[in-house]
Design a protein around this ligand. Structure first.
Ligand SMILES: *Cc1c(COP(=O)(O)O)cnc(C)c1O
Length: 378
């Protein structure tokens, strides 16, 4: 706390990203990065910018409309460029979407979880699952958007009937950190009922490329449907910071209005060129992500055989627990063996670990460590 902080920053509850260790060489299975390198075409596109006239193009501001990048996304997803909103990682796109489409309470960062709205209050809170990407509540607080979290079922699945009458809904499909996925079309009745009330449904497709179903082909019929995508996980470019939204042109225009009230150049020239080449190199990414999925299935089977509980996953991570060992004990035992995974110290999650899928070699080391820990402590 500082006496110089205003009320707004005092009320924030910032996101804490997974550890990026700098001192020790861990097997890093804690932030869902892709274990394989990015597309060689993406790397070449960026090298070209650095080499051409010794990078002199960097003197100039990038294209604020991100034309080539949006055309590349449009081609890859069979949509129109005006249906694509580009950003500095999907976290930024999500932050803008909260600001653009969810109504703020105007003054107090209210969470209406445990009670009723104040009397005479006509505002509706935004709904999202109680167990989901923890950045959503952070954005809600930043923008002073009232929100309500809807509990996942006992098996961590999402009960969509509980999401009616919301001021807007955001759902990741597959969900994080559980990896659970819904058939994309299951979300359409919700999109329709929200549309009647003039509300937006955001579907975060950060992990869809690992075996989930994309709802992008449905945007044409649903003007209130916004999908959000990232190159951080499925395109091995977490370090480049590229994300985008796909939705009807008026939604995209709304996002540009927010962006241009903040920073017109959120994507730099390297990110624009590398990102465009990456989204077009589908065959390369299909190949490496099929490998990630095969490693996931093999690792899940091995963990189940050891007695772990493994939530069925369509993402590039597994959400696992071992009945006789606490999540925290497991986390530290793995860390002591040089393996970093993610532990969330929250009521329903504390016995679980989220394990990103690494290379086959990484996972073999992880699986042997699990075997040893279970033998010692289980
Ligand atoms: C990783 C992740 C993001 C953020 O991705 P960036 O593009 O790296 O900002 C968004 N949503 C979910 C559900 C994620 O897991």
């Amino acid at each position: 706390m500082s006496i110089f902080w205003n009320q707004r920053i005092k009320a924030l509850d910032p996101y804490v990203p997974g550890e990026q260790p700098r001192d020790r060489n861990f097997i890093k299975l804690n932030t869902n990065e892709n274990p394989y390198p990015p597309s060689p075409r993406a790397v070449e596109a960026m090298e070209r910018i650095l080499k051409e006239e010794k990078g002199s193009g960097l003197r100039l501001y990038p294209d604020p409309l991100c034309t080539e990048f949006r055309e590349a996304v449009a081609e890859a997803y069979a949509v129109k460029p005006e249906e694509v909103f580009p950003g500095n990682g999907s976290d930024e796109v999500l932050a803008f979407a909260f600001g653009a489409f969810f109504e703020s309470s105007g003054g107090t960062a209210a969470c209406f979880n445990h009670g009723v709205l104040p009397e005479n209050d006509k505002r509706l809170p935004v709904f999202f699952p109680d167990i989901t990407y923890s950045f959503y509540s952070v954005y809600a607080r930043l923008w002073e958007v009232p929100y309500k979290t809807i509990p996942l079922a006992e098996d961590f699945s999402i009960d969509l009937t509980a999401y009616q009458n919301a001021g807007g809904v955001i759902i990741p499909n597959p969900n994080a950190p559980t990896g659970n996925a819904l058939p994309a079309d299951d979300l359409l009745p919700l999109a329709q009922s929200l549309e009647k009330n003039g509300r937006v449904l955001i579907v975060d497709e950060a992990y869809t490329a690992f075996g989930g179903q994309s709802i992008v082909p449905r945007i044409t019929d649903h003007p209130n449907l916004l999908t959000v995508h990232t190159l951080s996980k499925s395109a091995s470019l977490a370090g480049l910071r590229v994300g985008f939204a796909i939705g009807n042109a008026p939604l995209v225009k709304g996002l540009f209005r927010i962006r241009d009230s903040f920073n017109s150049y959120t994507m730099d020239r390297l990110a624009l060129a590398g990102g465009a080449a990456a989204v077009l190199d589908k065959s390369y990414y299909d190949k490496i992500n099929r490998r990630v999925m095969a490693t996931r299935e093999r690792s899940a089977a091995a963990l189940l055989a050891m007695g772990f509980v493994v939530i069925p996953s369509k993402a590039n991570f597994l959400f696992v627990s071992f009945p006789a060992i606490s999540g925290e004990t497991l986390f530290h035992a793995l860390r002591d063996r040089g393996i970093l995974v993610r532990h969330f110290n929250k009521p329903r999650l504390t016995n679980y670990l989220r394990v990103s899928i690494g290379t086959d070699k990484d996972m073999d080391i992880f699986l042997s460590a699990c075997k040893a820990i279970v033998k010692e402590k289980g």
